[in-house]
Design a protein around this ligand. Sequence first.
Ligand SMILES: [Zn+2]
Length: 78
Amino acid sequence: MEEASFDFTCPECGEEFHERVEFEDVEEVASHERNGDVEIQYDFKGNVECPECGHTWEVTGEFWEYPSGVFYNAQLTR
Ligand SMILES: [Zn+2]
């Protein structure tokens, strides 16, 4: 998984927008057996730019892979 879209509220101007985030620093943080396959949790970082005021900030999030090659449930943790 390399990118996903999320809803944001700009901390500077309050603009609400929907933006695509490219995943950087993707890192495997956990894995466990599930029905004979392996489920893996990844963390990522990304940068968001407000379309209204241009403020940029970093976000972090996580997503899962299961079964192998299928990515799902990307969500922001900060
Ligand atoms: Zn803004």
